[in-house]
Design a protein around this ligand. Structure first.
Ligand code: AQP
Length: 338
């Protein structure tokens, strides 16, 4: 490993098809960062994290392969980035234990992500498992394992990266300066792409509320057409409030400033209807998805065996690097392999 490079790391759970939120919040940055030769990029499928909420062995393996296919359709090159499955690196679970012993339980219980997922499970009559509680510790191991410097993630994951930073500082303070680099988020706020339905989020398990990367142009238009807008705007002639409208958030994410102003003004004066706004957003989304769809088709012609090969090779490479770092961390903590 070339120590002069910036180590970039990020992961995606194997919980379904990738969606526009994954692309805009994370994958587009993966692709840009991977094009910079001063970066060494590690992108993985967090299949151990998947187990915290889903435990369907066959489906997880299908999702994992499809995500790697989509990574490549979005423009990642396995020759330039290390693409692997979390489960190929058992040392991550070992590091997670070391870090868990430095983590107060209260901090984990207060994590917004934990509370939200726990509530969603309880709505389905299910209980949160201990893995869900310790999710951020395993994520810290994912980040600190390859000595990551930069972690491109959407806004929902920022608190987890903050915890990884705290754990790196705590570890270094107790066991030796400079053992783990302190990982940084990408500069800027981080984005959250909203869902399309009233109470849904843009997530992998919410097909109606999310635009999937493999949705057809017609599906994108259909989903946008039925998306919620300002609930107070009942008729075309009613002025709307863009600040409470998810479609306006899409304009902020995808449109040029003049078009954002057109949408804001047109909505508040009732000069344009919600359908006018939605047509423009659907068009922006289809422009992003068209080349991804085309590349996925090209890749699929090769079958899926080459995807297995990529995951296998990436796993070997990532494991070699991470295992050496975890060995050092164990030794510093006084628990070497005897
Ligand atoms: N809506 C989003 N906006 C911006 N970024 C997002 N990300 C996810 N959703 C949005 C970013 O994508 C990366 C991987 O996300 P994940 O696999 O942890 O989350 P998910 O796609 O929401 O999948 P879940 O949690 O597995 O789905 P559900 O909850 O539907 O079961 C991260 O960088 C994340 O920030």
């Amino acid at each position: 490993m070339d120590n002069s490079k910036t180590v970039v790391l990020s992961g995606i759970r194997a919980t379904g098809q990738l969606h526009l939120g994954n692309y805009l919040g994370a994958i587009q940055h993966f692709v840009t960062l991977a094009q910079d030769p001063s970066n060494d990029c590690f992108y993985f499928i967090a299949n151990l994290h998947t187990l915290t909420t889903r435990q369907d062995p066959q489906q997880m393996q299908i999702d994992l392969r499809n995500i790697v296919l989509d990574f490549m359709a979005c423009g990642l090159d396995p020759e330039k980035s290390t693409i692997y499955a979390q489960s190929s690196v058992p040392e991550l679970s070992e590091l997670s234990w070391l870090l868990a012993c430095l983590t107060p339980v209260s901090g984990l219980m207060n994590m917004h992500h934990f509370k939200e997922k726990k509530d969603r499970l309880s709505e389905e009559g299910l209980k949160a498992n201990a893995g869900l509680l310790t999710y951020p510790v395993l994520m810290a191991a994912d980040i600190l394992g390859p000595h990551a410097n930069l972690v491109p993630v959407g806004e929902d994951q920022h608190a987890h990266v903050e915890m990884a930073r705290e754990l790196a500082k705590r570890f270094n303070h107790h066991f030796g300066d400079g053992i783990f680099p302190i990982p940084n988020l990408l500069e800027g706020e981080g984005i959250r792409v909203p869902g399309l339905t009233a109470d849904g989020k843009m997530g992998k398990s919410e097909a109606d509320s999310a635009i999937m990367l493999n949705d057809s142009p017609d599906e994108v238009e259909r989903k946008l057409r039925s998306a919620v807008t300002d609930p107070q705007r009942m008729k075309r002639s009613d002025p709307g409030d863009p600040e409470v409208c998810n479609i306006f958030t899409f304009h902020h994410l995808l449109s040029e400033p003049e078009q954002i102003e057109w949408a804001r003004k047109g909505c508040t004066t009732a000069d344009i209807g919600c359908v006018d706004c939605k047509v423009v957003v659907a068009d922006h989304i289809n422009k992003i998805l068209t080349p991804i769809r085309a590349r996925r088709e090209e890749l699929l012609v090769r079958g899926m065996d080459f995807i297995d090969e990529i995951i296998h090779e990436g796993g070997l490479k990532a494991r070699k690097i991470i295992a050496a770092n975890v060995k050092e961390a164990k030794e510093k903590m006084g628990v070497p392999s005897y």
